[in-house]
Design a protein around this ligand. Structure first.
Ligand SMILES: [Zn+2]
Length: 606
């Protein structure tokens, strides 16, 4: 595993740089990320570049034996550029331009922004593409964060129309697929399709899902051109990646990771709720570039941050635990954010490895000893036997039409994920069309969109003797967010030998029997043909005795959503008992590693 740090030398006097680099070497680091917000320093005015400082930084870092990860600064276009080209500014839903003065103030579609982004990228690649000290590239920074993937300007509206035209060919095909006959929403032509801005009441779910896909595609398309320019200008094998905020839902992380073959995410455990939420997000991004792909943590929290509600202190041993957690989840690199706490700007309370005054933080020595511990352990990659199917399109569909206010795709997946971890098992989080047959059990707790490709992937897995377990509300819609007119789960009901006849949202204390566990907020009632009934609903006068879990030849349908019921079903399948507590276990080679999040103990046994 490689370790590194995010450094902003442009924010500090040059006389200090040599000391900083010496301390980085002492810490045992391999990588130093620089440059990703430095556009104003690199190009103080249009066409006038100031390379001297970055030449010195890259040369000094390289001479010290460390590798530079060079960022393209396109998340922070400078003020002179915004004033010259106001069309770069992002537009909010009400049509107002959002001013500069922060970051990600950009319309991802803007032809001007794209042209200027490629201009600065080309300049960086031209100067440093062949520099042996540059060990990796980061394109942009956290695209989609701050809800920046969706811009509501006229240029985006035109691009959306063209995107739809490319997909559908004719407006009749769009009207048919979306069902715009509902409420007389039939479009006469593509130019009449509006972005889904606030309307009198809710907007058409097909329009909203299409817009989510469009916004993600626009970000990926924007990034792709930078990836292509960099790939063409650097040595083969140099990693190129884009870091995403760990739980951002605006941009499809797999589509981004597959641009360069390396996934990367920014891991801030204080930004999410529990250690298992962090574990879930680590597993989600770990496979984003493919089941055996590379994954980096480009920013790792090791101390208090400045942007949550409370920004609490970080206890002794917590940074060590976080670094171990990412190592055990299979990451190839981890870069601490940030080197030295900033005196200026919006992150003054965001701690780093050094205090504002340049002296080491309490966590400095902890990070140093942890790096050497993890390097000595030489952990093999995880080989989970259980996979959980995740897709951004399902997540967006559920966000648009949750059936119950506040319910999310993340909640539904997390209940199943937590159940797998509670039995002491590793879990891979995979795409619906990945090789599902590589696992013993595949859970699909929230796979709503029925497509021929997904059905084929499930059938291949079943043919490979993998048990596939579908969760409540599976395969109910098509790819355009229209409800299916076939028996549910659409396309698999014959194979299952059962169909869902009542997809209900519960406000009752329904149980799953014989386990006596809660069913959760969704209960799909099944009508059985040739399937075997594994469990039934209890505790409700109208559901009592109805089939809740059915199975046939390796395909299982679980009509519930609750974690305890997932745990009971998986305990039945694996013969394992829950291990209790906030404990994660990892089977790595011949060793069993355990993280106890309450006591912050990490142990290894054979
Ligand atoms: Zn726009």
């Amino acid at each position: 595993m490689q370790f590194g740090v995010c450094w902003y030398p442009e924010q500090w006097p040059q006389e200090r740089w040599a000391t900083d680099i010496e301390m980085m070497v002492d810490l045992g680091l391999d990588l130093v990320r620089v440059g990703e917000f430095a556009w104003a320093r690199l190009e103080p005015e249009a066409g006038r570049f100031d390379w001297g400082w970055l030449d010195t930084v890259i040369e000094s870092v390289g001479e010290a034996g460390l590798g530079v990860v060079l960022g393209t600064p396109t998340a922070t276009p400078p003020v002179w550029l915004m004033r010259a080209h106001p069309d770069i500014m992002i537009t909010d839903q009400r049509g107002a331009r959002v001013p500069y003065g922060s970051r990600r103030h950009t319309c991802i579609t803007s032809a001007t922004y794209r042209r200027e982004s490629l201009r600065i990228t080309d300049a960086l690649v031209g100067r440093y593409g062949a520099n042996p000290a540059v060990a990796g590239w980061q394109v942009d920074n956290e695209p989609g964060n701050h809800d920046s993937a969706r811009c509501w300007c006229d240029e985006c509206e035109v691009a959306f129309s063209r995107w739809l035209e490319d997909r559908f060919g004719t407006i009749d095909a769009l009207n048919e697929a979306w069902g715009t006959i509902f409420w007389s929403q039939t479009y006469p032509d593509f130019d009449s399709v509006r972005l889904p801005r606030d309307t009198m009441t809710s907007q058409h779910p097909a329009l909203r899902l299409a817009h989510r896909k469009f916004a993600s595609d626009q970000s990926v398309d924007f990034l792709r051109s930078q990836f292509e320019r960099i790939r063409a200008g650097v040595a083969p094998g140099i990693p190129i990646t884009t870091n995403l905020y760990c739980e951002d839902l605006n941009v499809d992380a797999r589509a981004v990771a597959r641009l360069g073959g390396v996934a990367s995410m920014d891991n801030y455990p204080h930004g999410v709720s529990t250690p298992f939420d962090t574990a879930y997000l680590l597993d989600l991004h770990a496979t984003a570039s493919g089941l055996d792909g590379q994954a980096w943590i480009m920013e790792q929290q090791v101390g208090p941050v400045n942007w949550t509600d409370e920004n609490p202190q970080v206890s002794h041993g917590q940074a060590r635990l976080w670094l171990w957690q990412s190592a055990l989840h299979g990451y190839d690199a981890s870069l601490v954010f940030r080197w030295r706490a900033a005196r200026y700007g919006q992150e003054q309370y965001h701690t780093g490895l050094l205090r504002h005054d340049g002296t080491p933080e309490r966590v400095f020595d902890e990070v140093r000893s942890t790096i050497s511990e993890i390097n000595r352990a030489a952990l093999p990659k995880p080989k989970p036997k259980i996979a959980i199917v995740h897709s951004y399109k399902d997540a967006w569909a559920i966000e648009i039409n949750p059936h119950r206010r506040g319910l999310s795709h993340r909640d539904l997946l997390f209940e199943a994920y937590r159940a797998v971890r509670s039995l002491g098992l590793d879990a891979a989080i995979v795409d619906s069309t990945d090789d599902l047959g590589a696992f013993e059990i595949v859970l699909a707790p929230a796979i709503q969109i029925s497509t021929p490709e997904r059905i084929a992937a499930i059938e291949r897995a079943l043919a490979a003797d993998t048990e596939v377990i579908l969760g409540a509300r599976s395969f109910v819609i098509d790819r355009e967010n229209a409800w299916s007119d076939r028996p549910l789960p659409a396309g698999l009901s014959d194979r299952l030998g059962a169909r869902v006849i009542e997809p209900t949202s519960q406000n009752l204390a329904v149980t799953i029997e014989p386990w006596g566990t809660p069913a959760g907020i969704w209960t799909d009632v099944l009508e059985v043909d040739s399937a075997e009934v594994v469990a039934r609903y209890g505790g409700s006068t109208y559901l009592d005795g109805s089939p809740a879990v059915v199975t046939r030849d390796g395909l299982t349908y679980a009509g519930f959503t609750n974690r305890e019921s997932w745990q009971a079903l998986l305990a039945d399948r694996t013969g394992l008992s829950p291990i209790g507590g906030n404990i994660e276990r990892f089977h790595r080679g011949d060793a069993l590693w355990t993280i106890d999040h309450d006591s912050r103990l990490i142990t290894r046994s054979e």
